[in-house]
Design a protein around this ligand. Structure first.
Ligand code: AQP
Length: 328
């Protein structure tokens, strides 16, 4: 069986972008692969988090995994901070990484742009992400398009470690969806939909009430003209809405486009809102059941046990290869 590792930061409420770009694939892979899905709380603190909010968001992300269809009996669902090996191997990978490599990361450039105080954690985030993946010797990493560059660096670091210290890690492959790998902001079709955006109208949260979803979609920016056509270059906003529609209904973008041939943006957006509500409502029902039952703590406890067992074995091998003295 192929091994899979991925995660989502608990830096806010998950968006439709996280669902389409990442979580849907987590669910699809869980039966055929040996899966580990973490809530990336160590990554979340690369930007300041209020402690109470971080606790709530972390539990919420774990519950959303289950609500979206992850089965804790199949996949290990765990908090990154419950597996200390992440921080340890993260440090080891940081020492293998060049400053120049980190300076080239577009996510760092985007997130630090215009800020005068930028946390060092944001800069060294990629080697921690490499450690996350390499600890499980993951073959596949289901992520959205924005993580492609970090994954390339992970592959380079795995290769560098193996070359310097002997074969230790599996070099992982990205698993990126063909459509929906980059869902864009509802207010700007050139920017990624992001859970930590200061503007709530730019994203659909998985916990937004149906009326809010309808309002956000009706206000979503649309390109000039009135034809519902998929053309990312000239019509980025309507193309994004077409991808969302297609991803929620399981149709191709061409099918959706044909369905709205000759109809204006208004009719399309109205239907899109219903399609999104229908996708999210069952997930929300399940989410509230899970939160009320309190079962998430048990799920995380057993997930952490499985994850620690796998991660500690790899960490020991990596430490030995690097030349650390065994504790005896
Ligand atoms: N807009 C998106 N479209 C498709 N996929 C997306 N992902 C994120 N945004 C989109 C994918 O979701 C996974 C988890 O992302 P993350 O939490 O690790 O951080 P991120 O990529 O930086 O996502 P956000 O939502 O923008 O978070 P913040 O605002 O905290 O930085 C990844 O697989 C990602 O590709």
């Amino acid at each position: 069986k192929k091994r899979v590792l991925s995660g989502i930061q608990s830096s806010g409420m998950l968006t439709l972008g996280n669902y389409i770009g990442a979580m849907k694939n987590f669910v699809a892979l869980q039966h055929e692969c040996d899966c580990y899905f973490m809530v990336a709380d160590l990554h979340a603190i690369t930007v300041h988090q209020d402690p109470a909010a971080l606790r709530e968001q972390s539990e919420a992300v774990a519950a959303l995994y289950v609500a979206a269809g992850l089965d804790p009996k199949q996949a290990a669902i765990f908090m990154q901070s419950h597996v200390p090996a992440h921080a340890e191997l993260g440090w080891m990978m940081t020492t293998l990484t060049y400053m120049g490599e980190l300076e080239r990361m577009t996510q760092f450039k985007d997130k630090s742009e215009g800020k005068d105080a930028v946390g060092a954690g944001l800069f060294v985030y990629p080697p921690l992400m490499a450690a996350d993946i390499l600890l499980y010797n993951a073959h596949l990493v289901p992520v959205g398009d924005d993580q492609k560059q970090h994954l390339e660096l992970t592959r380079d670091l795995a290769g560098r470690f193996n070359q310097r210290y002997g074969e230790t890690f599996v070099v992982p492959e990205p698993f990126i969806p063909k459509v929906g790998a980059r869902i864009m902001s509802l207010e700007d079709g050139t920017k990624k939909m992001s859970k930590s955006s200061p503007s709530a109208g730019s994203y659909i949260s998985l916990l937004d009430a149906p009326e809010i979803i309808r309002k956000k979609i009706s206000r979503a920016k649309t390109d000039l003209g009135r034809e519902v056509i998929y053309d990312v270059q000239n019509k980025p906003e309507i193309s994004n809405l077409l991808s969302i529609y297609a991803q929620c209904t399981g149709q191709t973008v061409e099918q959706v486009q044909a369905q709205y041939d000759g109809q204006g943006y208004g009719a399309f957006k109205k239907d899109l809102a219903e399609v999104v509500v229908q996708t999210i409502e069952p997930l929300q029902r399940k989410y509230h059941e899970i939160r009320t039952s309190g079962e998430i703590r048990d799920i995380l406890r057993s997930g952490a046990e499985r994850a620690n067992a796998a991660a500690e074995a790899t960490l020991s091998a990596a430490k030995e290869a690097m030349g650390f003295l065994p504790r005896g």
